[in-house]
Design a protein. Structure first.
Length: 376
């Protein structure tokens, strides 16, 4: 049986994109900034990177250009290693910063602790020790106490501190707070890692560049994320100074994070970083969160539970209201046991969240609150 191949570009052309779509592109959600699509400029960068043959495994002009671009933000000595996932970036970085017998201090709310399926422990063999973190922020005094407590020969000595910026609770470490934490950690012999899945949102919130809240304050390695900021599979480990996180390149391969067609990861990050797209996207998400927070404060029956400093908004709602509202506009319950018949919800704004989307969510919540008060 013979196979007939297309004889022209027209015959080989794929079906229109709309006919291949498997979702309703009109749905707007506040469950996560992972739910959004790609910024058109990032998508265009992927198309531009396609075609022809270039070197694989990072030996391509896009990855070389990405390293140069990252050095403009993180300093002239920064080294970069594109990876496939945020979890992979964290695992690779933490392995490079610690010895096998050492532990890592993290926030009690840290994504690396609660939402990565035990990957640091399973893949890296790294014990994570949670610290108290009101509103997601670690206090330097707690850091010092934990290091002292782990000095026993029966404990796993601490090798690194991992911070999340912005935090899982939508808050942001100030430059002064970061400086104090890094100085304390280095004095105690620790290296410092930043999980920067939303680092762009934090930088925009503080009015700084990316390096001002990492390299300049003493951070040793960063998991810098572009996926939540308009990319898709756009993550990179940045080592801020030579020797501060040795072996990242080898560990990336051993941790299954070295992709052969690295140009497609690098091209996305380049699109975000070479201009100000990373800032514009983060600013748009943060602005939408501020609009949402202001609207929540005006609702009878809703209450903000955390400071709103980036693109996440946390609020308290009656459980029945949260369930009905989330069925209409998707979002997550953060704490299902906030109080009797009360839950804490999380709303996350994305780079493409429009004012109309925010106002629509507020209208839905207002309607459900009114129905709840009326006994419906």
């Amino acid at each position: 049986m013979s196979t007939t191949l297309p004889t022209s570009a027209a015959e080989a052309a794929p079906a229109p994109a709309a006919s291949r779509r498997r979702h309703d592109a009109g749905v707007r959600a506040f469950a996560s900034d992972n739910a959004s699509g790609m910024h058109p400029d990032v998508l265009a960068a992927l198309v531009a990177a396609n075609g022809g043959h270039v070197g694989s495994y990072g030996g391509d002009p896009y990855t070389a250009a990405l390293e140069a671009s990252l050095r403009e933000h993180f300093g002239p000595d920064a080294e970069s290693f594109p990876v496939l996932t945020g979890t992979g970036a964290n695992v690779v970085a933490l392995q490079a910063l610690t010895q096998r017998w050492e532990s890592v201090l993290v926030s009690s709310d840290a994504h690396v602790l609660l939402d990565e399926g035990g990957a640091p422990e399973h893949v890296a063999g790294t014990k994570l020790i949670p610290l108290p973190s009101p509103d997601g922020l670690i206090d330097p005094a707690d850091l010092e106490r934990a290091v002292t407590a782990a000095s026993s020969p029966m404990a796993a000595p601490v090798g690194a501190l991992s911070l999340t910026q912005s935090t899982e609770l939508g808050t942001v470490y100030s430059v002064e707070h970061l400086t104090q934490l890094c100085r304390t950690a280095h004095r105690l012999g620790l290296r410092v890692h930043v999980d920067g899945a939303r680092l762009a949102n934090a930088a925009v919130s503080l009015g700084t560049d990316l390096g001002d809240i990492t390299t300049a304050v003493g951070v040793d390695a960063v998991s810098f994320g572009g996926t939540k900021n308009g990319g898709a599979i756009a993550e990179v480990v940045v080592v801020t100074a030579p020797g501060s996180a040795p072996g990242v390149g080898r560990l990336r391969k051993q941790s299954l994070q070295l992709t052969s067609k690295a140009r497609f990861v690098s091209a996305q990050l380049l699109a975000l970083l070479e201009g100000d797209l990373w800032q514009r996207n983060a600013a748009a998400a943060n602005t939408s969160a501020a609009r949402l927070a202001a609207g929540v404060q005006a609702l009878d029956g809703a209450r903000l539970t955390r400071p709103v400093q980036s693109n996440g908004v946390f609020a308290e709602l009656p459980a029945a209201v949260a369930a009905r509202a989330a069925a209409r506009v998707p979002f997550h319950v953060w704490d299902a046991h906030r109080g009797p018949d009360t839950v804490e919800v999380r709303w996350v704004c994305s780079f493409d969240t429009e004012p109309a989307d925010v106002d629509g969510l507020l209208a839905v919540v207002a309607e459900e609150l009114a129905a709840h008060r009326g006994g419906a």
